[in-house]
Write a protein that binds this ligand. Structure first.
Ligand code: PEP
Length: 251
């Protein structure tokens, strides 16, 4: 049985005080939900205050990105050891905004993923196709390529603990969601790919989230699909009520 997983990607939103307040609100509103892993990802400036705000509750905290090196001349970056020391348990890697707006390539994402695993951080690996790729019938090709590149040489046991987020780029922040059937088709194919690359038991342990305009109104249909194990939520994670409603639907 895979425990459902819901992560809120706050992107570049919320000030220090707003972030701590939202984090506390999420912890209170999702208290007692045992059937779902709840994670929030504030901007790096707010990581320490959010970790403090959620304290020893069930809510995990994720970074939105990191460098693979432990330290060095990498202006503007954060290292895995810094994230661990701060109390982060997770890190989002390869979000389409990092890939498309900041030019992060598959090799960089692979190095980051390997480093996150080596430092005991759970990677939330994002993959997904553009609208042009979907319309050209290249969705699976793109997703397969991104997964193979990110997981190249990663041991099977480590792969089982990685969280994969399938996020069609055309559905992120657009209000346009993949239909539950479209999402299930890709999620099912991802699990088959993991079975081919590793084996059925690894594939059946790995959680695969859907991301792209997830809201309280569409989560029920998405989470009822057999290979959708939760959601990576952007816009709807910025309000306690909508994020908590999504977490409850997944629990
Ligand atoms: C995201 O940024 O990962 C995301 C899915 O955003 P939204 O829910 O706003 O589409």
């Amino acid at each position: 049985m895979r425990k459902p997983f819901v992560a809120g990607n706050w992107k570049m939103n919320k000030s220090l005080s707003e972030a701590a307040e939202l984090a506390k609100g999420v912890a209170d509103a999702t208290a007692g939900l045992n059937g779902v892993e709840v994670v929030i990802a504030p901007v790096s400036l707010c990581l320490a205050s959010v970790i403090d705000a959620v304290g020893s509750t069930h809510v995990g905290v994720s970074a939105q990105n990191m460098h693979w090196a432990e330290q060095g001349a990498y202006t503007g970056e954060l290292s895995p050891t810094m994230l661990k020391e701060a109390g982060c348990g997770y890190v989002i890697l390869g979000h389409s905004e990092r890939r498309e707006l900041f030019g992060e390539g598959d090799e960089f994402i692979h190095r980051k993923l390997r480093s996150a695993l080596n430092h005991g951080l759970v990677p939330i690996l994002c993959i997904g196709e553009t609208l042009e790729e979907r319309e050209a019938g290249k969705t699976q090709q793109k997703v397969d390529f991104q997964i193979r590149a990110a997981l190249s040489g990663i041991a099977a046991d480590d792969v089982a603990d990685i969280v994969i987020a399938y996020e069609p780029i055309w559905a992120i922040g657009t209000g346009r969601t993949a239909s539950p059937q479209q999402a299930q088709e890709v999620h099912g194919a991802i699990r088959e790919l993991l079975t081919t690359m590793y084996d059925g038991s690894i594939a059946s342990r790995c959680r695969i989230l859907y991301g792209g305009s997830v809201k309280p109104a569409n989560i029920d249909d998405l989470i009822s699909q057999p290979d959708i194990d939760g959601a990576l939520v952007g816009g709807a994670s910025l309000k306690v009520d909508s994020f908590a409603a999504i977490a409850k639907a997944c629990a």
